[in-house]
Design a protein. Structure first.
Length: 193
C-alpha cells in the first residue's frame, strides 16, 4: 500500500530531475525581417547579406528625433559597451544597425555623425523613400511624416521597436531599451548563443 501512495511522488521527483527543455526565443518563427539593400553611413551600398553570420540589433528611428531615438541609441550603445567588457567574444559577433525612417534628411553624412556618438560599431542605413518603406514594412515598423512646422521642420511618427536578429537574419526577441542598458545586455546574453 505504501508503494502505491509513493508512486505519484516518485513520478514528480523524476520529472523534476529532468533537464528543462531549451527555451524558444519569443519571436522564433515570426515573419519579421527580410532581404534589403540600403546605403550605409559611408555612402556604400550594403545588403542584409553584409551582416550574415552576426547577430543584429535592428532599430528604426531618425536623427532629428527630439527624444526616444537618441535615448534608445544611447541605451543600445551602452549595452554593447557593457558586453565589450563583460563578454567580448559575444560582443564582436553583434552589429547594431540604425535604419532611418526619415531618408529625406538622414543622409549618409548625417547618419555617420549620429551613430558615431553612440557606439563605434553602430551602422547607419538610409536609402530612397521606396527602399525605406520596403524595409520598414518587412520589419513591421510604422513611420509617417508629421505636419510641417514653422521653419520647415517636422517630426516623424514611428513605432519604437528594437529587434535582436540571429546570424541568419531571423528574429529572436525584442530588446527592452526602455529598461536601460543592463536589461538590453541581459536579453542579448539570454538569446545570443
Amino acid at each position: 500500500m505504501n508503494i502505491l501512495r509513493l508512486a505519484p511522488l516518485a513520478a514528480v521527483a523524476l520529472v523534476a530531475c529532468q533537464p528543462a527543455p531549451p527555451e524558444t526565443p519569443p519571436l522564433a518563427g515570426a515573419k519579421i525581417g527580410g532581404p534589403f539593400t540600403l546605403t550605409d553611413q559611408d555612402g556604400r551600398t550594403v545588403s542584409d547579406r553584409a551582416f550574415a553570420g552576426r547577430y543584429r540589433i535592428m532599430y528604426f528611428g531618425y536623427t532629428f528625433c527630439p527624444d526616444v531615438c537618441p535615448t534608445d541609441a544611447a541605451t543600445i550603445g551602452a549595452a554593447l559597451s557593457d558586453l565589450d567588457r563583460s563578454d567580448p567574444d559575444l560582443a564582436k559577433r553583434i552589429v547594431p544597425i540604425f535604419v532611418t525612417v526619415d531618408p529625406a534628411r538622414d543622409t549618409p553624412k548625417v547618419l555617420k555623425s549620429f551613430t558615431a556618438a553612440f557606439h563605434p560599431r553602430m551602422i547607419g542605413l538610409t536609402g530612397t523613400p521606396a527602399q525605406i518603406a520596403a524595409v520598414s514594412k518587412a520589419f513591421g515598423v510604422y513611420a509617417g511624416k508629421g505636419a510641417t512646422q514653422p521653419g520647415g521642420g517636422y517630426l516623424v511618427n514611428h513605432s519604437r521597436t528594437t529587434y535582436l536578429m540571429d546570424p541568419d537574419g531571423k528574429p529572436l526577441a525584442l530588446l527592452p531599451t526602455e529598461q536601460g542598458p543592463r536589461a538590453v545586455a541581459a536579453e542579448i546574453k539570454r538569446w545570443a548563443k
